[in-house]
Design a protein around this ligand. Structure first.
Ligand code: GDP
Length: 297
């Protein structure tokens, strides 16, 4: 799937704003700036970034630009706020296996994302193994098993309640022994025991670093429909696990998604992939231009 075809289905708050503004060729009225700021906040960019964008636009365009000029400048400005670095998944050139830790709150789409990434990697010729590191939820191990069998990938799991770090360590050593290229590691995401979870993630990272694999990515899965909550999740998980990339899921069901911009500009972590549905193939590289185009409508 591509981002453009999946995203233009949702008609966002900007479409409403601009369809009203378009009717006049004259400069916009003063009150429209407030409405623009509200629209930016509605699309989940956060109040700080929204205010900054409006100030920038006024500085560039004066107080009363045409709707067309405003739309063009807003598009360019939003595109320019995204990071310029590579959004490709990283793999080790010297070590096998590369280890990808997948972290995030339960319900965000972590397990589904692991299935999708496994499918993506195997179809590009990489051999993959999955480590069922959420030993707390029996259902998580089962679900990972379903995705794995769909993609023909082996799963290493432990007993219920086993130490997640040791399951992940064992999976990496096993992958090394059989020559797998990549180990995708599921992790727990129960927020009610937040401190323990963060300690657990730190331990997983430490233990994985001592294995014969190399941790090349820590992907944080964030649900686009949860809006500004995603920012807080990025902060907490980044503090514990040094996140290297974000997977923004459920973008197919959200007319918002502005949190993507807020996360990149606040934490400097690139959005690498987006989830666009529940199927194995509903995953796409993040494309800032397509994203801004769909957002502004
Ligand atoms: P986990 O608890 O984080 O492992 O979350 P799951 O992978 O079990 O996903 C939770 C729900 O979200 C499931 O019903 C998934 O089918 C759904 N889901 C996951 N990713 C996406 C996505 O990109 N788009 C949509 N529409 N649904 C998704």
């Amino acid at each position: 799937v591509s981002m453009t075809s999946s995203l233009t289905r949702s008609r966002g708050p900007f479409a409403t704003l601009f369809s009203r503004l378009r009717s006049s060729d004259a400069g916009i009225e003063a009150g429209e700036w407030t409405r623009l700021e509200e629209t930016l906040i509605l699309s989940d960019m956060g109040p700080g970034l929204a205010a900054e964008l409006v100030t920038d636009l006024k500085g560039k365009l004066g107080k009363s630009p045409t709707a067309l000029a405003l739309r063009q400048e807003l598009t360019e400005l939003l595109e320019s706020k995204f990071l310029q670095e590579s959004r490709e998944l990283q793999f080790s050139v010297t070590t096998k296996p590369s280890v990808i830790l997948v972290v995030g709150v339960n319900g965000t789409g972590k397990t589904t994302t692991i299935g999708k990434v496994a499918s993506l990697l195997t179809s590009s010729g990489r051999s993959v193994m999955i480590a069922a590191g959420d030993t707390f939820r029996a259902a998580a191990t089962e679900q990972v098993g379903v995705w794995a069998s769909l993609t023909g990938v082996e799963v290493v799991s432990g007993q219920s309640g086993a130490d997640p770090a040791s399951v992940i360590f064992d999976a990496i050593e096993h992958a090394r022994a059989v020559g797998s290229d990549v180990v995708l590691c599921d992790t727990a995401g129960r927020l009610q025991t937040k401190t323990n979870l963060m300690e657990e993630l730190k331990k997983i990272r430490r233990v994985a670093a001592k294995s014969s694999g190399e941790v090349t990515e820590v992907l944080l899965v964030i649900d686009a429909t949860t809006g500004q909550n995603g920012l807080r999740q990025a902060e907490v998980f980044h503090g514990a696990a040094e996140v290297t990339g974000i997977v923004l899921t459920k973008l197919d069901g959200s007319a918002k998604g502005g949190v993507a911009l807020a996360i990149e500009s606040q934490f400097g972590i690139p959005i690498k992939l987006v989830g666009l549905g529940e199927g194995l193939l509903d995953l796409a590289p993040f494309d800032p231009q397509a994203f801004v185009g769909a957002l502004i409508g």
